[in-house]
Design a protein around this ligand. Sequence first.
Ligand SMILES: NC(=O)C1=CN([C@@H]2O[C@H](COP(=O)(O)OP(=O)(O)OC[C@H]3O[C@@H](n4cnc5c(N)ncnc54)[C@H](O)[C@@H]3O)[C@@H](O)[C@H]2O)C=CC1
Ligand SMILES: O=C(O)CCC(=O)C(=O)O
Length: 439
Amino acid sequence: MRSKYAKQVVEKLKHNYEGEQEYLQAIEELVDYSQLERSLNERFVGDNVLERLLLPDRVISFKVPWVDDDGNVQVNQGWRVQHSNLIGPYKGGLRFHPTVTESVLKFLALEQTFKNALTGLSIGGAKGGSNFDPKGKSEREIMRFCQAFMDELFRHIGPNTDVPAGDINVGTREIGFLFGRFRRLQNQFTGVITGKDTEFGGSPARIESTGYGVLFFAERALQTQGSSLQDKTICISGAGNVALHAAQKAIALGAKVLTLSNSKGCLHTDKGLNESQLEQLLQAQHSPNLEAFANEHNLNWQQDKKPWQIACDIAIPCATQNELTGDDAIQLIENKVQWIFEGANMPCDAEAIKCFRESRVTFAPAKAVNAGGVAVSLFEMGQNASFSSHSFEELEQRLKETMYEIHDNCLSDGSNDYLQGANSFAFNRLVQARILQGI
Ligand SMILES: NC(=O)C1=CN([C@@H]2O[C@H](COP(=O)(O)OP(=O)(O)OC[C@H]3O[C@@H](n4cnc5c(N)ncnc54)[C@H](O)[C@@H]3O)[C@@H](O)[C@H]2O)C=CC1
Ligand SMILES: O=C(O)CCC(=O)C(=O)O
């Protein structure tokens, strides 16, 4: 139930940001599943804390002119949404995809702020990117685009100000181009961006950390319910960084991965993918061609299908926002799914979340489940600040401990409800910081 104050704030934001569907969706989810009534004291309402926490500090919007291989000048839109640096420097990834809009980045920056608070670490929240589509572009075009993007971004970031990282279509290669440009523009070698190659300050576990973290969270959740991942069947969507590393760790922990997917369709095998198949998929430069891979390995390829029609114990959406709808949720529930772990950011739409919560399915939200990536990013920042390095094994162990702690933070309010627990934990931290730092 929304209080009168929460209702007023949400109505005002809906009015002011009409049309920013993703941003408003994230606001409504936070407000509706946070036990906000517990924070409703005089100070919270009097200082208008809720509205101040939901609005970004600033949205930086800029043009990105770059030269394609034919010598033509192309122009894309770039953004950096700095949502909050209340508890640490702004931090969050960059996404290059034609579906990127200001609304998408505002939702991602808001989610990032709450995710980062939930880790218990000192990290603020931001997100950025461009509507640039790297599909079909040459490596030189991607490099020139990254350089042009940094030509504007560099004046807004810094190791104690704002530290970007990767996200969809921004991996180690793009981070290298972005970092190289920043270094030359500023004549500084600092931890201004994470996800770097290990040859120049990157953390050896950052690439794996989000996907592995998802599985550590799942492992802890199942343990808490007296179960384990051994022999559980898992449907995963996507075939990028998060999806493939989640699949790799799931197999290592004894589970069976039945699916992967992309926007064209779904790869399916009842037997489960094996370690060597996963290794081959991980070797592919950027996203693998799943259809060709399915044909080569005698696996099923289902054109235009999503993984959610296939019966499984656990579903882990790892592609993009709103990829799992209410109808998909009904199908999964009919097929007796028991656990949903969100690997992507906001992959389940509002209707799907409602369906899961009304059934007996355990639903764990992205801001808890996929926080391993940003946590290891913070380790990379620490490593850069102290000119030190850590082994992969050491970082993986720290990642596992961090994911277990995030899991336990979600349950610390005693509600046994991951969505409410995650939002409430993050809200409490941010509300305290907001009030203590004045108006
Ligand atoms: N990379 C990271 O460290 C983190 C990523 N995330 C989130 O995880 C999700 C995936 O990101 P990454 O794996 O890094 O990106 P990526 O660029 O490596 O992979 C994205 C994958 O999703 C697939 N995809 C895109 N749209 C799709 C659709 N409509 N249906 C099915 N598949 C689709 C693409 O084919 C690709 O395989 C995003 O929501 C991102 O925000 C969250 C936390 C950290
Ligand atoms: O590593 C980071 O800074 C951010 C990762 C990210 O974009 C996310 O958690 O969604």
